[in-house]
Design a protein around this ligand. Sequence first.
Ligand code: UTP
Length: 295
Amino acid sequence: MIKKITKAILPVAGLGTRFLPATKVQPKEMLPVVDKPVIQYLVEEVVAAGIEEIIFVTGREKRAIEDHFDVAPGLESVLEKQGKPELAKLIRDISNLASFSYVRQKQALGDGQALLEARKLIAPDESVLVVFGDCLFDNSIPGSKELLQSFEKFNAPIVGLAEIAKSEVAKFGVIDGKKIDDVHYGIKAFVEKPSAEKAPSTIVAPGKYVITPEVFETLADLAVSKKFSGELRLANAFDEMLKSGHEIYGRLLSGTWLDTGDKFSFLKANIHMALKHPEIGSKLAEYIKAIKLEK
Ligand code: UTP
């Protein structure tokens, strides 16, 4: 029987260089999309998928994330005194979303190295969900839930997938895969930042995965043998595993991918979610229509 997945690792120790100077002392994962930090959307997503324990891999200048998911009795009592019990509850509920643990990555040596830091909190036979800190989706079914369903079907590593425009492929790792059904692919290779002409597909991995004990083992072997250049990335482990004949599956995630890792996509994500927001959606739509820019 396949062991149920109950833990998610959220690596949030990256430097966020694409957002400097905003991320000099502030985690990019705490930047708000409308009125909620990106990381809270992601935590709510994994909780909606049935995850009970969340492990953050944090680093320098990331304390705000720990504080955000902690209790805030001072703020709560001020809100209660001000006659705003619904806001006090909103604040309290954040700390009750799941059980949170934190491990530290001393240096930003890659998302794969960050996952190895969390390995000590994972049993040797345990598979886990992994969600990168900038991988937001607007969907009615949580992407994490879709990945867990796919894991139950294949009992192998699962890579969340999204389709992008051909003109965008040069910015991403693109998959070469064999279609299995409407949403699943058997992955043959990841092609890093191909030109539009050379890209084997327009399908990329936005940053949600299920990883198995074999993935951790491969990452650990790579860390020892140093058979990678620059940062140790999860993608390096997948490459290595595919070369040695392991099966890795991809799952097209439903909904709209709202990347929050770079300035332009982040603004798009904010506009997208703001237009859906009951309080400000229609006002924003009118504002956008009426914008006049000074020359
Ligand atoms: P990114 O590739 O988006 O890197 O990381 P980044 O550092 O956050 O941002 P840029 O590219 O410098 O602008 C993908 C995920 O992996 C985490 C990040 O926090 C993000 O959630 N990560 C990355 C780590 O935890 N440690 C690392 O060493 C690198």
